[in-house]
Design a binder for this molecule. Structure first.
Ligand SMILES: Nc1ncnc2c1ncn2[C@@H]1O[C@H](COP(=O)(O)OP(=O)(O)OP(=O)(O)O)[C@@H](O)[C@H]1O
Length: 480
């Protein structure tokens, strides 16, 4: 199986090197002080070899989140569902699927709080349980909601609808309803479907207006559960929706992250739940190479992005910025300079948002500038590069320093490196505060964020292309 090939050592120092440098002046951009050895390379660099591994090899490695010993057949799934899985090219379950499915599908049903790294197949885990629990034996049952899946954004809800559709394609009588914000005129008077996937606000509204009948619901799933429960608006809506559902409903919460304060709350929302929990150091995904670039100021962030543009189109890329305004500004400026980019923010109207994300999925648009609205859950396997144009920040009441948003960092970079693929995540750092935030992120996840020199773009290109060349699309995987 594994054959070794040599990967040249990384250029530039890691953030760990920088942090350990006592000489770093308080307000200098990080580039000024990277400690280097005589050859100009850091002493602490990434392992300088790569190992070619196929997906089947990853799934045979007990330390990999895609590992499993069982087959989907062993998990007791219905023949028609197995056919759907096989149609999707799923050969073996991932670790979270193998562990979650027996817990989810056992009877009497028990609640579950499940955590697993980004891109490791949590969607299939909850969708398979939902499909397995449906009774589609009569037309009336087919048209009465039996499972409800909630997601924080319309894009994620629509994506989950797609997964339910394909996975359940051989289940006769399966009807799926999408409950996302829409014109009142295009709303049905009654939601006649077996599975509803939607955003909490719209679902709450549909139940209140008696468009959706919740009385026969057996399963409630919250995807990105920590995010939904932690946000004031969304959290309240989730609680209200749950309050309108049968008390015996099976509650299933999934996310790649469950920070301690939300976890406590999650276990109240899903009482007596079985739990699948990750160790702290297991949070990052090995296949995602994390880099950072020093930028002297905002203008240099922009010029570095434009320099990167040629590389961005190797696959598809997502550029994360802090505000809707910056997304629009950067898009306008790049388009005016002849680049093809699109932007998607919460400020855009629903159907237009659908058109943009659909164009991104098909590859018609390859570079997408967005805000945290797309930080979570979006699964586009061709995304090979994520750029944190702005480091994600958390609002910490009373804090005078800018604090990183650890969870959002993890979810953002997790838009690449899906299911064992290779991806690159580059964070731009333009001042001391941003550098401090990135340093905290690195310490928090005990990961290595390596510096990329921007004075030699050929070298940058080489580094990124070398990393991406090892993509699993070519059956390779870089071991880190
Ligand atoms: N058993 C499997 N075999 C092959 N591919 C799979 C399997 N399970 C999931 N996938 C694929 O892996 C990709 C990532 O899955 P999914 O979107 O469910 O990840 P996730 O864990 O929900 O990630 P996130 O935390 O980012 O939401 C998808 O494209 C999915 O089709």
């Amino acid at each position: 199986m594994a054959s070794e090939s040599v990967e040249t050592p990384s250029n530039g120092g890691s953030l760990a090197d920088r942090v350990s440098n006592p000489a770093a002046p308080a307000d200098a951009p990080p580039s000024a002080d990277a400690p280097q050895n005589a050859t100009g390379d850091s002493d602490l660099h990434e392992p300088d070899y790569s190992v070619e591994v196929k997906l089947s090899d990853l799934q045979a490695d007990p330390n990999n989140p895609l590992y499993s010993i069982k087959s989907f057949e062993d998990l007791g799934l219905d023949e028609r569902i197995l056919k759907g899985l096989s149609d999707m090219g799923f050969r073996k379950p991932s670790k979270v699927q193998e562990r979650a499915l027996p817990l989810l599908m056992s009877n009497p049903p028990k609640n579950l709080v499940g955590q697993s790294q980004s891109g490791t197949g949590k969607t299939a885990a909850f969708v398979l349980n939902v499909l397995s629990r449906l009774d589609l034996s009569t037309e009336e049952l087919q048209q009465t909601p039996q499972a409800l899946i909630l997601a924080p954004t319309r894009e994620l809800a629509r994506q989950i609808v797609g997964v339910v559709q394909v996975m359940g394609q051989f289940l006769e009588g399966l009807v799926i309803g999408t409950a996302v914000p829409a014109d009142a005129s295009s709303r049905p008077s009654r939601l006649t479907c077996s599975v509803v996937v939607g955003t909490p606000g719209t679902v709450q509204d549909l139940v209140k207006k008696r468009i959706m009948n919740p009385s026969q619901l057996k399963v409630l799933v919250l995807d990105e559960a920590d995010n939904m429960l932690d946000q004031q608006g969304l959290g309240d809506q989730c609680i209200r929706v749950k309050g309108m559902l049968p008390r015996t409903i099976q509650v299933v919460l999934f996310s790649a992250t469950f920070p301690a304060h939300v976890h406590r709350y999650a276990t109240k929302f899903a009482p007596d739940a079985n739990e699948i929990t990750l160790q702290h150091e297991e949070l990052t995904v090995d296949g995602i190479k994390q880099l950072y670039m020093d930028c002297a100021n905002d203008e240099e962030k922009y010029s570095n992005l434009v320099q990167l543009y040629g590389l961005l189109t190797v696959g598809s890329s997502i550029i994360f910025v802090k505000t809707r305004n910056s997304a629009v500004e950067i898009e306008k400026r790049m388009v005016a300079e002849g680049h093809t980019v699109a932007s998607l923010t919460g400020g855009i109207e629903g159907s237009q948002r659908d058109a943009i994300i659909d164009a991104f999925r098909t590859g018609a648009a390859k570079v997408l500038i967005t805000t945290n609205v797309l930080a979570r859950g979006i699964d586009v396997s061709t995304v090979s590069l994520v750029v944190n144009y702005d480091i994600p920040e958390a609002y910490v009441g009373g804090s005078r320093s800018r604090e990183p948003d650890y969870q959002t960092y993890l979810h953002r970079i997790g838009r690449t490196g899906r299911f064992g693929r290779i991806g690159v995540a580059i964070s731009f750092v333009s001042n001391r505060e941003e550098w401090d935030m990135l340093r905290k992120i690195q310490e928090h996840f005990e990961c290595n964020i390596e510096r990329v020199e921007t004075n030699d773009w050929d070298e940058v290109e080489d580094l990124i292309k070398r990393t991406l060349k090892n993509s699993r699309a070519q059956a390779n995987f870089v071991a880190t």
